[in-house]
Design a protein around this ligand. Structure first.
Ligand SMILES: O=P(O)(O)OC[C@H]1O[C@H](OP(=O)(O)OP(=O)(O)O)[C@H](O)[C@@H]1O
Ligand SMILES: O=c1cc[nH]c(=O)[nH]1
Ligand SMILES: [Mg+2]
Length: 208
């Protein structure tokens, strides 16, 4: 699949197994979501532009790099919230733009209930953060909103994707690269990823 990047790092594989386990309680689950978000963002930001700068070390002058692009972190509420803090620490000058969507349980279509974007885009790269890419409806709706807003460069950073969701994103937004820890087998009749990890929002926030 082009434009889909699945990490093959052993740390990612180890941590993802912790997330999948039904025995992992919310506190540990949140910690691991945070750590995986950092690791995957590291992979997703390999092509960020830098400007060459001069740095004075205690010993000599040398050349260094300064990040050029303003990054926007776009968590899809609720489950994407758990991916923000770690990534923000990695890139503290990022801006965070929240988008609230939930899946209608019957139709599985995304329902937008919150959107905090300024009139004009203030960032040059948007990283959509959401652990689960299931039918792809939520991701596509978020990409639609961001493009209408004027975002030019968008990347999706998630944890687990289903083949159906990946195909849906590629159909509507082939220009948006997808970064994941794993691609799972399928969706079940309720639109859950199998084997997956269950409901990423419920498992982080202790709801059911
Ligand atoms: O690809 P899709 O079929 O759209 O499903 C994925 C969406 O489902 C989950 O959110 P959910 O609707 O459970 O909301 P929550 O984060 O508030 O629990 C998940 O975090 C994604 O946003
Ligand atoms: O498996 C799934 C599918 C959608 N949302 C989740 O949280 N988990
Ligand atoms: Mg949920």
């Amino acid at each position: 699949m082009s434009n889909v990047h699945v990490s093959n790092h052993p740390l990612v594989a180890h941590k993802l197994s912790l997330l999948r386990s039904v025995d992992t309680e919310p506190k540990k689950f949140r910690e691991v979501v945070r750590e995986l978000a950092i690791l995957l963002t590291y992979e997703a930001t390999q092509d960020l532009a830098t400007r060459q700068i001069e740095v004075q070390t205690p010993l000599a002058k040398t050349s260094g790099a300064h990040l050029e692009q303003k990054i926007g972190l776009v968590p899809i509420l609720r489950a994407g919230l758990g991916m923000v803090e770690g990534v923000w620490e990695l890139m503290p000058s990022s801006e965070v733009w929240h988008i609230g969507l939930y899946r209608d349980e019957r139709t599985l279509r995304p329902v937008e209930y919150y959107n905090k974007l300024p009139l004009e885009p203030t960032v040059s790269v948007c990283l959509i953060l959401d652990p689960m890419l299931a039918t792809g409806g939520s991701a596509v709706a978020t990409m639609d909103v961001l493009k209408r807003w004027g975002a030019k460069k968008i990347k999706f950073v998630g944890l687990i994707g289903a083949p159906e969701g990946i195909a849906e994103v590629q159909k509507h937004h082939p220009d948006v690269p997808i970064y994941l820890a794993a691609i799972d087998e399928r969706l079940n009749e309720n639109g859950y990823i199998v084997p997956g990890l269950g409901d990423a929002g419920d498992r982080q926030f202790g709801t059911a």
